[in-house]
Design a protein around this ligand. Structure first.
Ligand SMILES: NC(=O)c1ccc[n+]([C@@H]2O[C@H](COP(=O)([O-])OP(=O)(O)OC[C@H]3O[C@@H](n4cnc5c(N)ncnc54)[C@H](OP(=O)(O)O)[C@@H]3O)[C@@H](O)[C@H]2O)c1
Length: 295
């Protein structure tokens, strides 16, 4: 079984669509809304289950039900779901939502499922070139702050939109740091962990929180950008993501950051092992606090 979070649209949907072409793959996609998730899954012969990564209770319920169900062994987990806000949004758990969904929700999900992964198994975290200050993406550079500061940020001196965009690139750096950290931690257990940059994919739902004009531009004008290097369709990037989590020739490859199918260097700071470990340790502490609050 391979689980793809955020499989109802964009990259995750296209990844799942490729994975189901191999009848040996039992593919589970997730999305927040149960009916919409089941409909998306049915369209591509996958299986759908609801999961809201902004909610610790939803992550625990999803993982508990998945593990209890009579399903093939869990071999792959694609941490793909993500979104970008245009203003400060808090989750019902009281955390800044970009950090909570793009990073912490996935750390929580991995934590619940890791003991149920059956080696050889693979985890892939979807990152983005926006994590890298040396790469021009038009996005503000990531913040350097502790997990706790990212989860419960003070008021920002920046405009709400710029602050929200910076939190997106920050969350993508966190995805990468998590992948590198877990690659080391999980190697002895036969679980590989890699990070993936799908390139700029105009037309996905990523800009759904933006204004009407920006959304229209994302869907239409941006498509004309497809001729530029680094700009790709969700279908192409989804196929590469499926390759990353399932292709036999990738067996054993771990701790890499790939653009398309090519391993590349990520930002300098992303390789700092102390920062990676601190982010992971603090993220687990935040999850423990959430659990203690609800216990
Ligand atoms: N588009 C780009 O140019 C681009 C570039 C680099 C990296 N990426 C990364 O690619 C990944 C996929 O993005 P996309 O462009 O394919 O966007 P998308 O079409 O909006 O897909 C995002 C997916 O995440 C799910 N999702 C959103 N909020 C969620 C939550 N709270 N809990 C659980 N699932 C949630 C959505 O499902 P529901 O709405 O059904 O819940 C949807 O299936 C993201 O990690 C993004 O950062 C995208």
């Amino acid at each position: 079984m391979i689980v793809v979070t955020g499989g109802t649209s964009g990259l995750g949907y296209e990844c799942a669509r490729t994975l189901v072409l191999d009848p040996r793959n039992h593919v589970v996609i997730t999305g927040r809304d149960g009916a919409r998730t089941h409909a998306s899954a049915a369209a591509i012969n996958a299986h759908g289950r609801p999961l809201d990564l902004s909610s610790r209770a939803s992550v625990l319920a999803f993982a508990g039900e998945l593990v209890a169900a009579d399903l093939p062994p869990l071999r792959g987990l694609v941490c793909n779901a993500g979104l970008q806000f245009t203003s400060r949004v808090l989750t019902a758990d009281g955390m800044e939502a970009t950090f909570a969904i793009n990073h912490l929700g996935h750390v929580g999900l991995i934590r619940e499922l890791v003991d149920h992964l059956v080696a050889p198994a693979r985890i892939v975290l979807v990152s983005s070139g926006t994590h890298n200050p040396d790469q021009f993406t038009g996005m503000p550079h990531p913040l350097h702050a502790t997990a706790r500061e990212l989860a419960y940020p003070p008021e920002s001196a920046e405009s709400p939109q710029r602050d929200a965009r910076r939190r997106y690139s920050t969350s993508k750096l966190a995805n990468l740091q998590t992948a590198y950290h877990l690659a080391r931690e999980l190697a002895p257990r036969g679980i590989t962990v890699n990070a993936y940059d799908p390139g700029l994919m105009p037309g996905t739902g990523l800009a759904r929180d933006a204004g009407t004009f920006q959304r229209a531009a994302w869907r239409t004008i941006a498509r004309t950008l497809l001729v530029l290097p680094g700009v790709r369709t969700p279908r192409r990037s989804g196929a590469d993501l499926a390759w990353l989590v399932a292709a036999p020739e990738r067996a054993g490859d771990t701790g890499e950051y790939l653009v398309g199918r090519r391993p590349v260097r990520s930002s300098k700071v992303s390789y700092d092992e102390e920062l990676q470990a601190a982010l992971y340790r603090d993220s687990i502490e935040l999850l423990d606090e959430l659990d203690a609050r609800t216990a």
